[in-house]
Design a protein around this ligand. Structure first.
Ligand code: P6P
Length: 335
């Protein structure tokens, strides 16, 4: 039962039985994430005031300047997910390898692993454009009480038990699914409470927005070029509107509400695409499908891709089902 303006706490209690394998751990896990999100939101909102946005002088595994806020967000989420007897391991865009969390005496604890991009779009921080956190949750596959292994993280997206994102935008929202639809909660910063502002989020029937970095047009495969020209053609309900913020969470969120497609294809500059399968594409694909949308690499359902590496990249087409299927039609012509 969904009542608008419920608090997140009330919603979790009311829908407790929906959580797969629920004995309260997944609820506590979502609660930990909402706490970290509030703390990170506070820092993101004042980033312009504090010299926290300067690069930390190091680079992350992707070779990108590691902004201090990236490091801060990574640490905050790890802190709140630790010592709660829920999570046995965490993988993050900001860390080359996964970390394990010492289990408690209670053999039935620490069943879950979390994969996250703690601050996606962080290059936008210095120009005051919204950024986001993306998270993906699985049950471990190795026996509870034994050391966590890489196979606990290299699971296909169709095994996720929960996925979500926080968008630090004009308002701060937590949007997540546990496999029973997608619900969006807006933070009231004055009260520190999250309110159910967007119950049961669903893509509109038709989408009319396309989100892609057209600066890469000359480097795209022909199928992508043809699809972009299709979006721009004056025919039927086209031309579509082009909107590209450069922050996946923000583009995804707008497209889910208004109807649209986000795509980051392969190019001669990014032969495997740019986005990471495990902590960007899989969680966003799970949410998209739960909201009636679709997500593929142009050919294969994202959630069915068997991961081989923690930070592997895949091409990503995600959003309104009709738009993703049309893009796949153009891609199939050159398969
Ligand atoms: P480009 C941010 O770095 C990110 O991972 C996504 O949030 C965003 O959509 C994309 O990369 C932007 O990449 O190459 O278009 O600047």
């Amino acid at each position: 039962m969904v009542q608008k303006n419920q608090t997140l706490g009330e919603f979790i209690i009311e829908n407790q039985s929906e959580f797969a394998y629920s004995s309260g751990e997944l609820s506590r896990l979502i609660n930990s994430i909402r706490l970290a999100a509030k703390v990170v939101n506070h820092e993101v909102n004042k980033a312009g005031l504090v010299d926290i946005t300067g690069a930390a002088g190091e680079t992350n595994v992707q070779g990108e300047d590691q902004q201090k806020l990236d490091v801060y967000a990574n640490e905050k989420f790890i802190q709140t997910l630790t010592n709660r007897e829920i999570v046995c391991g965490i993988a993050s865009e900001e860390m080359e390898n996964f970390i394990t969390i010492a289990g408690s005496k209670n053999d039935h604890a620490n069943k879950y692993v979390v994969l996250m991009d703690p601050l996606d779009g962080s290059s936008n921080i210095d120009v005051n454009v919204s950024v986001g956190t993306i998270f993906s949750i699985y049950r471990r596959v190795t026996p509870v009480g034994t050391p966590v292994q890489i196979e606990d993280f290299l699971q296909p997206g169709n095994k996720q038990v929960a996925a979500g994102y926080i968008v630090y935008g004009t308002s701060t929202m937590l949007v997540y699914t546990t496999g029973f639809g997608v619900n969006g909660f807006t933070l009231n910063p004055a009260l520190g409470s999250w309110y159910l502002s967007h119950p049961n989020m669903q893509y509109p029937e038709k989408g009319h927005i396309y989100s892609v970095n057209e600066g890469n047009y000359v480097h795209f495969p022909q199928g992508v070029k043809d699809y972009i020209k299709y979006c721009q053609e004056e025919k039927d309900d086209r031309p579509y509107t082009s909107r590209y913020i450069g922050s996946l969470v923000s583009d995804f969120h707008r497209n889910m509400i208004k109807g649209g497609i986000y795509f980051y294809p392969t190019s001669s500059k990014a032969p495997h695409g740019k986005l990471r399968l495990l902590y960007e594409c899989n969680p966003m694909a799970y949410i998209a499908e739960q909201a009636g949308g679709k997500a593929s690499d142009g050919f294969t359902r994202i959630l069915d891709i068997d991961p081989t590496e923690l930070h592997q990249r895949v091409p990503f087409f995600c959003g309104s089902r009709d738009m993703v299927e049309k893009a796949e039609e153009f891609m199939a012509r050159y398969k």
